[in-house]
Each structure stands twice: as structure tokens, then as C-alpha cells.
Design a protein around this ligand. Sequence first.
Ligand code: PEP
Ligand code: MG
Length: 894
Amino acid sequence: MSAPTQYVYAFADGDREMAGLLGGKGAGLAEMTRLGLPVPPGFTVTTEACKVYLATGEEPPEMGVEAAHALAELERAMGRTLGQPGDPLLVSVRSGARFSMPGMMETILDIGLGDDSVAGLAKASGQERFAWDSYRRLLQMFGRTVMGVDGDLFEEAIAAHKAARSVSADHDLDADELALLVEEFKALIRRETGEDFPQDPVEQLQRAIRAVFESWNGERARVYRHREHISEDLGTAVNIQAMVFGNLGDDSGTGVAFTRDPATGARGVYGDYLPDAQGEDVVAGVRDAVPLAELEKLDPRSYRQLLGHLGTLEEHYRDLCDVEFTIERGRLWILQTRVGKRTAEAAFRIAHDLCEEQAITADEALARVDGAELTRLMFPRFDLRPTDVPLAHGVPASPGAAVGVVVFDSATAVRRAAAGEQTVLVRRETTPDDLPGMIAAQAVLTSRGGKTSHAAVVARGMGKVCVCGAESLTVDPVARRLTTADGVQVHEGDTVSVDGTAGTVHLGALPLTASDVGRALESGTGTGALIEAVLGALDHADAVRRLDVRANADTPADAVRARALGARGIGLCRTEHMFLGERRSLVEAMILARDDAAREKALSALLPLQRDDFTGILEAMDGLPVTIRLLDPPLHEFLPDRTELAVRIASSSHPDPHDRRLLGAVERMHEENPMLGLRGVRLGIAVPGLVAMQVRAVAEAVVRRLADGGDPRAEIMIPLVGTVEELRLARAETERVLAEVAAETGRTLDLPIGTMIELPRAALTAGRIAGAADFFSFGTNDLTQTTWGLSRDDAEASFFPLYLEKGIFPVSPFESLDQEGVGRLVEMAVEAGRAVNPGLETGVCGEHGGDPESIHFFHRAGLDYVSCSPFRIPAARLEAGRATLTAVQNSDSR
Ligand code: PEP
Ligand code: MG
């Protein structure tokens, strides 16, 4: 018989490996307790209990018994009972899921207080005001979170009391005033819910736990999970912990500390401290904190202890840790720790530094950074002139450069973003309710709060630009304007530029320039800690990766850039781009040709142009493979629009005969579903001379490069093949022309000839197709369209948002490969192809070739390379390296 499920764990009974069951926070508390750090005692109700509750609407029966037992233990440890009238033990009840979801679920503090014990708390603490303020906070949090009272009603009551006393801060309300407020809050709860605030401390605790369970399904938690791809069915754990108080006077306080700077990754302890305050005040950014270094002066003993604990934690976790701590009358308590969220810059620097300090291996350092972070570092930054004076300075909370129109609330940010506008969300401070707007906006700007305020923490987690605490700005959300210290007014809809690296805001759209990292990657040189860290990670990725990385590039300039960024060849050179611009008229002539001679003439005019293009590209990629795809799109894409032509002809008294012939051709070629029509290999078969012209252009370019002493490695790729018969025909024509040019020039031309696999039928008959192919390149854009039976261009604009919202797609299958469906076809085709042709080379050249998740899949599927646009190459190299590590880890743990 299996052991009965345990739903409640004392902190001393858990450890950091148990994050799935105890949540990140619970596992951290347990680990710190084991390490002997000063953690207020408590216990954790597991995520399993939450899952049972959410599924059935009831706590599992054993949970109540176990929680009662754990509470009795806690009371014994503290020497007081929950809510004990003379000297009450109070507890906090906090959510804590497997993955950090800052501020997205509920917390209730001061559980255990009631009409009897408030006097006891006043006496035991010697502070009447503190006791009434704690009771007031409990009523407010419990009333809102557990009993469902509109939170604004409490805030309005507080505002009325402050107005009556002519004071502006909550702090200025005295004990008598707070006692009156308590009575008002109780009456408010009764009026709004028809129920009294429960005086029984155990009932308070039970209901608070239940409310935290339910907050897993709250609106903002769901939005956050969707954004962060966190699974819906993990559930949250609940941590019940003895309260310690940072608001008992000048010898008390609360703060947040990091073992390194989470914004830049620089070595050295970093954080904020708020004297005489409770923990929530720091994160909410309600009052401005002082830098942690100040604590050394205020309370040197606690400061030294704190540094010691931070050192212990970083050594233990071998990573950046952050802690929340409270000092209660000179005694330091650690309330929470976790491996801290950080910016992309900090991620690279910390991983690199820890590796240099020999705390972690190079493999571990590589595993701790990712392609999305690297891409973010390559984003451009503002190109400032000395005359660009910022509107305001604030705290550089999350780096990057963003331009957008100012909006003052979350809903407007969402609406305007949906209409395609770039926005900057401006708030005094953000709350979890602002989350949808923060997701929709390009940047977040607040006038209050520091690097650990809600805005800063959430924006950093999302990689969103953020400047906070720009105190010189007056934000007026009602009038929808902000005013600078000099009286400049910025209204909703005005454009601003937010520099999250410098912490500044500018009026208007500033010009952008390449980032230092982008520049360094392209030039292969550069100095500074960040660049060293990025180049180090890429070097290691290159050393361990099995997948090669090629580029999708159609011009010599792109090829040069791609090579500088680390591409080892071109995986897709789309030739259709060479048929646009001035050359369009030659394509028109080819299409309109009445006989072979006219067509030949048009094709031979195109030939030298194509040959020059290929020569330039082969030169840029000398010594590396260049996969050239024969023409793919339907020909009508090169002709004018049907309606425009018809209108031009109809509105002219002497219509141009050329226009008439063009219109005839356009009408003949019109297709209802051109993406499933005359394109790809079908075009090569249907239009005489087209394949021959393109192959000749490639072959002559190769000969020219050979003559110049180069090492051209061209490969010819046939698109949109559905059956091996098509490939055989195209291949025979290709080989014929190659032999012809070889004979003419006396050169050997053994160019590999392969095909794209971008139709389900091709994947399903890959074994046969491989008999006629030297390589496969998966065109996962078309393969996704044709497997799903949907048109990318139409679907993305119409029903995709709905599908994403409903969770039918976790992410667009055009962005990240649908591994279960399209991926299955890729695996089958690779396997069948290699069985027939063991030397078959396989790669991918659809958009997915640059997507991190998909790259890991292609590694597992055994492909030889991925090919992506030049800008994505560094991230693809990094992810290809990381994929090797993950694959090794998985096979080790099996
Ligand atoms: C593809 O289909 O994945 C592909 C690379 O070809 P294109 O996007 O040009 O159709
Ligand atoms: Mg395609």
C-alpha cells in the first residue's frame, strides 16, 4: 500500500527539492530552516491540497487534521497560541506556487487578531497604535480577499479619516483614529456581506488558506500564467508563518536584498531598506526605500548578519539569491528567499562570473542564459545627442529602449496595443491589476517606487523596459496627463521614448542605434564585462553543439552579416527576391511570351543578373554551403494587381495594348488559393526553361568563383515537392544543365541536389523521395500551413488571438513548432529518409529554425542544422548548445 498523501509540512521537514509540492517560497523557507538561518517558524500546505480543493471545492479531510497539528507545533515553538488574548501569536498566510508569480495571488497578514487580542497585542508590544494598525490591516485584507468586499471602500474610509485630521499619510493616523477605523471596517464588512468579521482565529486561518487556494484562479494570476507559459494545473502552496514586525519603531524595519545587482549583474550586495515598515510596503512601492547600504549605519549588527546570510545562500544555491527580511526590534529575520529574477544583462554576467569564481561549470553557466535574453541584448538602444534633455530621470529598473504613446491605465494600453499602437504605460505605481496593460505596453514608467517595486520586479521578469520612481513627474490619471518639474505637460497619446538602461524619459521618438552587444557580435570584438560574458557563453555553445547554424539570406550583404554573426553557410537563399524591382518587367516578358523564342529571350536577360547575385553570395560564403532554392511563389505575384489593371484599362480612352495582354495573363493565372496552386516545383515543370535558366545561373556563378580561386559550395534545392516523380523530373533537368555547363567550361560540377519537405505527403513518402534527394530541408512554414490546413496570412489576423486566449494554442504554431503534429512529420521523414539514404543531410529553414523551443526539438529529432534570419543566428547558436546540455541531462536522469 502506498503511504498516505501528506498535505502539510513543517518548514523543518521540507527542502529545496520539493518546490513542486511546497511551491518555490515553501521550498526556500524549508531550505533556509535547514541551513540554520533565522526564519520565523511555520508550515506549508501543499500544492496537492490546493489541487484537491480546486477540483472538488473541499479541502482534503486529512489536511485539516495535519494543519491543526502543525499549528499546535508552531504555538509550542512560539510559546503562545494563535490569537491568545493576553499576547497573541499572529501568522501570515501567503501563496507560493512552483514558479514565482510576484504579486499575482493573495497574502493575508496578522491572522489571529480580534476584539479581545488587540488589547493584548498593544500591551505585549507596548504600542497601542501598532496594535490597532495591525487590526485595521487584517480587516482590510481579510475583508477584501476572503470576504469579497470592494477594496476601494476601505481606501475611501481611510482617505476620509485622513482628510478629517488634515494629514496625508496613513502613518499620521493615531491609535484613537485607527480604533475608530477598525469599528468602521467591521461595520463595512457586515453591511457588504451580511456577515460579521470572524473573531475565531482558527476560522480566520482556515478561510484565509481557502482564499489563497482560490486566488490561483484569479484573473490576474491567469493572465500572468498565460503570459509566462506556466501550466494551469500546478496549483499554489500556502505558507503559514509566525508574524514578525518591522513596524515597531526605529529599531525595526523591512527590506529586500540581492546577493548581486539584479539589473546589471555586478558583484556586491544590493537592495532596499524601509525603516519602521511592514514587508508589503516595500514591494508595493508605497513609500520610498533607502539603499541597503544605509542599514550599515542604522543597525550595523543586523547588517553584518544579513551579509553573512546572503553569503551562505549564494554559496548554497550557487546563484543570485534575493531575500525579504525584517528586523524586529534589532533582531533580524529572513522571511523568504529565491533564486532571484534578473535582467538579460545580469543573467549573462552572473553566469560568467560564477563560472570564473568556479562556483559553477561552463555547462551550468550556459544553461543559465537563453536565446531570448541574448536577443533582447541585441535590440537597438537610443542614439542620444548631447542636446537631448530628458523630461525626467528615474530608477533604471529594466533595461532597453522603447518608444510609444503615453497611456494612463491598463485597459487603454490593451486597447491601443490591439489596434497596433506602441504604448508606454504611465502610473504613479503599478499594482497586480495593471498586469494586462504592462504586457501590452512597450514600456512602463512610474513616478514612485524603487528597483524592488511591483513595476520593477514584474517588468524585469517580462524583459520589458521600465523606469520607475521618476519623482519629478506628477502623474494625473484622471486628467490623463503627466507634468514635469518644469511644468511641461504630456498628454495621453503623446509620444515618449523610455530608456530603461539610463533611467530616463524623453519627449518624442528618439533615433535608435545598434546595441553594443549587437555590434560586438557582428564585429567579433568589443570590450566590457557584458560583452565578455556573451562571447564566452557563445564560445562554449559552439564547442558543445551538434546542430550547425546556417542563415536564410538572399543578398551578398545579408550573407556577409550572417557569416559575421556566426552562420556556417546559407540554408535558404530565396531566389524570388531577385525577381523584384526593376527586374519585374523581365519576369512579365517571360510570362507574356507568345513562343519559345520570346520566352528564351526574356530568360536570357534574367540569366546574367541571377548569375551576378549568386556569385556575390558564394563569395561571401566562400568555403561554406549555400543552398539555393529554385523559384517558389506563384507567378502572378510578379504581375500587377488585377483590379488596378482593370481600372487603368477601363478609365483610359486609349488603353495600352501591353496592359490588355497583362490583364489577360493575370486573369488566366488567377487562382482562388494560390498558396496551394501553381508554385514550387509545379512551376518549374509547367514553365519551360525556368529551371534551366536558374540552374545555369548557379552553375556559371560556381564556375566563375572557381576561376577566381574561390571555394564555392552551392547546393540546389527544389521547393514544394509532393511526390518523388516531381523531384525526379526537376532533378533530371538540373543534372542536364549542370552537365551542359560542365562540358562548356571543363569544370566538374557535382552540386548536391535536394528538396524541401513542406507538404505532409512529402513527409509521409520521405523514404521514396530520399531516393532522389541528397538533402532534405524542412520548410516548416508551409508544412505548418498544410498540416493544419490553415493559411498563415489569413489565420493570424483573424482567429489566432481567440485561439491563443482560449488556450487552444499555447503559442502560435508558426512561431514555435507544433511538435506533436508537424514535429511528428519531421521525425518520420528524417527516419524514413535516412533509412533509404544514410548520407542524407537534413536541416530546417522555416521560421522555426530560429525559435529556441523548436531548436531543442530539432536537436532531439537528429537534424544536422537549423537555418534562420541573420539577426537570430547568435541566439540559435546559443540554443543549439543548450539543447546538447539538456539532451545529455535527460539521458542521464533516465
Ligand atoms: C517554408 O515553407 O518553411 C519556407 C522556408 O519557405 P517559404 O517560407 O519561402 O514558403
Ligand atoms: Mg515554403
